[in-house]
Design a protein around this ligand. Sequence first.
Ligand SMILES: Cc1cc2nc3c(=O)[nH]c(=O)nc-3n(C[C@H](O)[C@H](O)[C@H](O)COP(=O)(O)OP(=O)(O)OC[C@H]3O[C@@H](n4cnc5c(N)ncnc54)[C@H](O)[C@@H]3O)c2cc1C
Length: 457
Amino acid sequence: MSAAAVSPRDMVSSGLCIGCGGCVAQARPGQARLEWNKDGHLNPVGDRDWYRRPSEGLSACCPFSPRAMDEDEIARRRFPAAAAQDDHIGRFDAAYVGHAAEAGYRERGSSGGMVSWVAGELLRRGMVDGVAHVTRADPATEGRLFRYRIARDLPALWEGAQSRYYPVDMAEVLREIREVPGRYAIVGIPCFIKAVHLACAADPLLRARIVFTLGLVCGHMKSRHMVASFARQMGLRPASVRQIDYRVKDAARPANWYRARLADHAGEQRMQDWWHLVDGDWGAGFFQNRACDFCDDVVAETADIAFGDAWVEPYSSDGRGTNVVVVRSSALHAMLREGIDAGRLALQPVAAGFVRETQAAGFRQRREGLAYRLCWRKAGVRPRKRVRPGSAGLPWRRRMIYRLRHAISRGSGRVFRLAEAVGRPGLFLLWARAMLKLYHGLAYSRGWLGRVLDRFA
Ligand SMILES: Cc1cc2nc3c(=O)[nH]c(=O)nc-3n(C[C@H](O)[C@H](O)[C@H](O)COP(=O)(O)OP(=O)(O)OC[C@H]3O[C@@H](n4cnc5c(N)ncnc54)[C@H](O)[C@@H]3O)c2cc1C
């Protein structure tokens, strides 16, 4: 590996820090911590020497470091006997579509409830003593709405069900796993699971204790400012928000019509469809973490099992929620088979092509889009990706979409901050509305504008 060693500062200033906390978990107690940056994401801060000095340790454990093992290398070591390999899904044994049939899981889950079912089953069978996952925090005392925590029983696990599109970090739970003997599973988005495996590669204690990794398919991570923006648009003061449900489940509506529910400290609740919020079109990239522009793993290729939403019909219209599941561990595959045989899971086998189709937009952004973005990258740490830089044959319309999405994700944090600082939150809404209009024109126009764009761009 030819890249130079990196420091936390190098990764942060290059926009390649996802805020997972892997580096902070390695630091001496009191030496480093995570703090909110201006864009509403978490970044490490610490004493000068730790923060600024390039180190081999950090270079090997940061998921975006060019010196760290990539997903292919980690998966090759972890799943040498995988039954299949796919250039989008990675190594895997089998893939399924469906949901948890056992009562309580699908209703509570954001999608088909499969993450909580598998995590619960690991606890129930005594295969793990705890599951590190994300649950509500108390913003009044903790300064955040969600955090990682270790659930040691089913009620605690259920409290954590649902997707949180909100920055969280694993520093504390990784420390707890080191301190408290036991076997653990950990739930996380792809780069977090990669960080866990990198940490395990460097630390035999973690390697012995983290026995299962449960990955979440990921489009990108959002900033905490998105909650504040949603609050403003729903008539609540951002500082008063105590809870957010990103996806309120309603069996009578299509699963992909996301509806957010916010509650303030007085118990006042507001609900709104994401589609009616200026920054609620996921594909436009509002409030995205900068590092997500340099990720090439959609389906948590290093996790023992990965879960996403089945974003194809008829499943996207089924408001009860349906998962796609990619299994890589033989022990977890056996568990799924037993669940199916016992009628506790309603899963059907699917091919890799089906999984790809459910995440078509995510794969475009992380393959074609990433190749294009890598061509513009001139300054800072150069990410080492499995995708080669290149834009040959990429139509102008697609180039413009990637440029605009990048501008929206970079601009939303800045414009939001500026609008709040001058006491004119409406400025952000004006900007976001204009950006959204432009994005919709580029991405979805099918009429005369679409024909012009297709012909000339
Ligand atoms: C940032 C983010 C982006 C995503 N993007 C996509 C996407 O593009 N396409 C897609 O198909 N699916 C995506 N997902 C996954 C999807 O939202 C569901 O989490 C997944 O389908 C599992 O649903 P479930 O009903 O089985 O899980 P549930 O039974 O609801 O359980 C979810 C589990 O995940 C944990 N969790 C929630 N948020 C986080 C988090 N931020 N980090 C770590 N653990 C967490 C919870 O604590 C809980 O244990 C994303 C998830 C996140 C967090």
